[in-house]
Each structure stands twice: as C-alpha cells, then as structure tokens.
Write a protein that binds this ligand. Structure first.
Ligand code: SF4
Length: 118
C-alpha cells in the first residue's frame, strides 16, 4: 500500500472533522432558536442539569430550605409564568431554560412575585 491513498484519506478525514467542528456551533444556534421559537416546554425534573444548577425540586416539601422559605413555591415566585393549558399546575420559568415547573416546586432562585398596586 502506498502513502498517497492514506494521506488523501487523512486529508479527507481532517476536512470532515473541521467541517463538523465548524458546523457544531451553528447547529446549536439552530437548535436553540427552534426551542425558543415554538417547541413546547417540557416538565423539568429535579435531575435535569438545568434544575440541578438552581436545586429545583417539583415538590418544595422535599427541598432543603431555611425556615423562612417554607412559604416559597414556584407559584408565588416572580419568575413563574402560569400556562393555562397546564390547568394552573405548571408554568414556565426562565431559571430552568423556560421549561415547565410545578406550582408546588421550589429552587434557590426563588424571588417574591410583586403584587399589583391597588
Ligand atoms: S425561579 Fe421561581 S419559578 Fe423558577 S424554579 Fe425557582 S422557585 Fe420555581
């Protein structure tokens, strides 16, 4: 076997790798855009990496919280956006990539929802 076919094969493999590396960020952007543009959000679980970052648990009673945080749940959090199609039990949250969180959930990013002035 001569060197030439091997070198050409290596060159082809390198081109494919470089092309693949260049395309990967673009594919991520396309995927991100598609997710933001219309994909339905999913009910996020506590073991999802996005949930782990903020220690989200869909059942706040199972979260390790300070005593003053016992009344904090996703449903009264500023980041919670209720979704009518989820019967008021689930809403999206920016802290977990706009996925669905339970009204009864909690995470360390909880922030009191502002009440409208009356
Ligand atoms: S930021 Fe608020 S709504 Fe989002 S997961 Fe944490 S407690 Fe729930």
């Amino acid at each position: 076997m001569s060197d030439k076919p091997v070198n050409e094969s290596r060159r082809g493999a390198l081109k494919a790798m470089v092309g693949g590396l260049a395309a990967a960020p673009l594919m991520n952007l396309v995927g991100l855009t598609a997710a933001q543009a219309g994909d339905s959000p999913e009910k996020i679980t506590a073991d999802d990496p996005r949930a782990k970052v903020v220690k989200y648990n869909p059942d706040a009673t199972k979260s390790v919280r300070d005593a003053e945080a016992m009344n904090q749940v996703c449903g009264n959090c500023m980041l919670y956006v209720a979704r009518e199609e989820e019967d008021g039990e689930w809403g999206t949250c920016a802290a977990v990539g706009n996925q669905l969180v339970s009204t009864k959930g909690w995470c360390v990013a909880w922030s009191l929802k502002q009440q409208p002035n009356v």
